[in-house]
Design a protein around this ligand. Structure first.
Ligand code: GLA
Length: 698
């Protein structure tokens, strides 16, 4: 028996231990993943204790649920690897131990199949600070082979769990959580659209029975790849459960000698879904994202899209910029419409030269005006796309990906990013704009799915972003794809912000942000105050709700500021000032989702890592069933410590709040145990409002 253990040990404490064990030379399997085991635990005994019984109707020995289950060893579920040789004949590998290396907490396990000239390597890297274990699988072949499926290291799922939570969604409805009960067979998700997609965020949470946001055990998985993933959550006939993640199948279109999964991010939590959420949030912010200047406060954005769309007029944009700066904006982002002959979305994508009709003296007059107001300047590109009605498509129709008679999406095709000449062209055009102007930000869009899945396309996009970042290291990038269509840790390794949704409807955004916080921190999550009457829902929402919902994440504005009444402008200025006063600690804070007992309430607690302060955002998304607000329980406080809690904006409550709950009168000192077990008693308020409560440990 060979055994290995991984602990996310930071010298003092560990939160999780993962134990791998292999029978003889066979592939290892995970025999334990959960709270830390004592250092002296005998791993061989654990491995033996893990084995399940055999009865009638079973094989004489249960096939291992290994890191890459092998079809050739009677494994009763989906295999971890599906291959063919160059001639198309299926290969059924059988791997044997080759090497292992433990370097600090990082572990590399090498396995070989000499008969087929294959080696399979598993990499694990636990991160003690973020509590994430990164895992990936590499396959090498002596001669080129066809890959259909390669799973990142395969792990078991707990059997004391009733359901799994994965993520779907749609345009203006991202991060919809699906709860699926476990049952024999497979929950299978496969994204064949070629981009991460609104519908397919590659994450999975497995709550153990009874777990909620704040309590119980849970397991979290995220596959960091932007080209579409496949997930298998399978219950085997013997009751064991396996989780597989990898690239969508059949996306390696050419035979090759080396294939690699993306990184699978894993975490175990002993305190509910929040333990997974906080681990993912910290990992994204502190490990995945590469910040040009990590100390720079996140600037308040102004984006002109919903104010002017394609109708760019320099004097008007100047006026808008002046008003945006007055409200507190610090970065002005010029959206779609500045290039080619882009008067609507039917033409000019890929013609990345400034439109002289709209900008006769180029972009500098606008940029200088924006700089004069103390803001920096950002600009929109959609590099991977081309309209058939464009100079580039007329010159190089063969640069488009897919058939010439393919169905268009938003009147556009994708460019073939695997072609070096396409990447060179895009690099030169973008470098021309970025190199000749003082621009510190690119909003990078991707507004259609691919005509067919192709991993080379994703690698080509990554290569272009990497090259631009190397050439312009101070420029930050926002990943947008009709809102949240390209959000994953692969793209976040190359960008600093995601445009979570095209919905600036604060009610919808409240819900989307809440669910996205299972994986994403404030630092990367853009959120804008939209027009009074929302352009994607038609809803009219009060400025307070709109402002506070944006203040929950990386704040910005996207309406035409000329529509704001004096009252609305004053509220927005105040909330923006509040956000600037708090952003330093909030950017680094953990977002804990609260278990509100009122289904109308969507609430979260953003808490500094040292626990010294927090802010609770309790959004009342609908009308409550009961007449008085139910107490709202907080989480992750010190039971014995006292906290001073204060309600922001108490003077904005409606006259229908007639009573005197203590919080209306000013700050209150309460023990952590009270806040977590009794819960905060909030004043009555209208639906579609947000209560904001600040807390400090005394
Ligand atoms: C996409 C984005 C929007 C905007 C438009 C511009 O839809 O999601 O925010 O940038 O493109 O065409």
């Amino acid at each position: 028996m060979r055994t290995w253990r991984l602990d996310d040990h930071d010298g003092r404490t560990a939160r999780q231990t993962l134990v791998l064990a292999a029978r003889g030379d066979r592939l290892p399997q995970c025999v334990y993943w959960g709270p830390p085991l004592p250092p002296e635990a005998d791993l061989a005994t654990l491995a033996a204790a893990h084995a399940i019984d055999v009865t009638g109707g079973m094989l004489d020995e249960n096939p291992d649920l290994s890191l890459c289950p092998e079809a050739s060893r009677s494994f009763p579920g989906q295999p971890g690897l599906i291959l063919r040789d160059a001639g198309g004949t299926p290969i059924l590998p059988r791997f044997h131990y080759h090497s292992d290396k433990q370097d600090g907490e990082a572990l590399t396990l090498g396995y070989a199949d000499p008969d087929h000239g294959l080696t399979l390597t598993f990499h694990f890297a636990p991160d003690p600070a973020t509590r994430i274990i990164r895992a990936r699988t590499t396959l090498r072949a002596d001669s080129p082979i066809h890959l259909h499926w390669l799973a990142a290291p395969v792990l078991p799922a707990p059997q004391h769990s009733d359901e799994m939570i994965d993520v779907s969604g749609r345009w203006i409805g991202e991060f919809a959580l699906n709860r699926t009960p476990w049952s024999p067979g497979i929950r299978y998700r496969e994204n064949r659209t070629g981009r991460t997609g609104h519908e397919h965020f590659p994450g999975l949470l497995i709550p153990c029975t009874g777990a909620t946001n704040t309590q119980g055990e849970a397991y979290g998985f995220h596959y960091g790849w932007s080209g579409g993933h496949r997930m298998i959550a399978e219950e085997l006939p013997d009751g064991r459960r396996q989780i597989q993640f990898g690239h969508a199948t059949g996306k390696e279109l050419r035979p090759a000698t080396r294939f690699e999964s993306a990184e699978l991010h894993l975490t175990y939590s002993g305190y509910g879904l929040n333990g997974c959420a906080v681990a993912f949030q910290r990992h994204v912010r502190d490990r995945v994202v590469t910040w040009p200047d990590a100390a720079r406060p996140r600037p308040v954005h102004y984006n002109c899209w919903e104010a002017v769309y394609f109708d760019h007029d320099l004097p008007l944009l100047r006026d808008i910029a002046t008003r945006a700066a007055d409200l507190g904006a610090e970065r002005f982002v010029l959206d779609d419409g500045w290039f080619g002959q882009r008067d609507d979305d039917t033409r000019s994508l890929s013609d990345w030269t400034v439109d002289p009709r709209k900008y006769p003296d180029g972009l500098d007059p606008l940029i200088e005006h924006v700089h004069g107001l103390g803001m920096t300047f950002g600009i929109w590109f959609e590099p991977e796309m081309v309209n058939p009605d464009s100079d580039l498509h007329r010159a190089h129709p063969d640069w488009a990906l897919g058939a010439h008679d393919q169905t268009l999406g938003r009147q556009q095709k994708a460019l073939n990013m695997a072609l070096p000449e396409v990447r060179d062209f895009l690099f030169e055009r973008m470098a021309e704009i970025l190199g000749n102007h003082a621009i510190d930000y690119v909003k990078w869009d991707h507004n259609r799915v691919l005509p067919m899945p192709d991993a080379d396309q994703t690698r080509g996009s990554y290569a272009l972003i990497d090259r631009l970042r190397a050439a312009f290291p101070a420029v930050e990038i926002e990943s947008c794809a009709s809102g949240g269509g390209r959000i994953d840790f692969g793209i976040l390794g190359r960008t600093q912000r995601i445009w979570l949704s095209d919905s600036n409807d604060a009610l919808e955004r409240l819900r989307i942000q809440h669910d996205a916080a299972l994986f994403l921190p404030l630092a990367v999550t853009g959120s804008h105050v939209g027009p009074r009457r929302c352009h994607t829902s038609g809803r009219i929402l009060d400025i307070r709700l709109r402002a506070w919902v944006a203040a929950q994440r990386h704040m910005g504005f996207e309406m035409d500021p000329r529509e704001l009444t004096e009252h609305e402008a004053a509220v927005l200025r105040n909330v923006t000032a509040w956000w600037k006063d708090n952003r330093d600690w909030m950017t680094r804070a953990d977002i804990h989702r609260l278990d509100a007992s009122d289904p109308a309430v969507i609430a979260e607690q953003q808490q500094a890592r040292d626990g010294s302060r927090f802010v609770v955002f309790a959004g009342k998304a609908a009308t409550s069933t009961q007449i008085a607000p139910r107490p709202l329980r907080l989480t992750s406080l010190e039971p014995g410590a006292t906290y001073r809690v204060a309600l922001c904006d108490a003077d904005a409550l409606p006259a229908l709040s007639r009573g005197t709950p203590l919080l209306k009168d000013g700050p209150v000192d309460l023990p952590g145990a009270w806040l977590m077990h009794h819960g905060l008693v909030l004043p009555w308020d209208f639906p579609e409002t947000m209560a904001v409560i600040e807390g400090r440990r005394l």
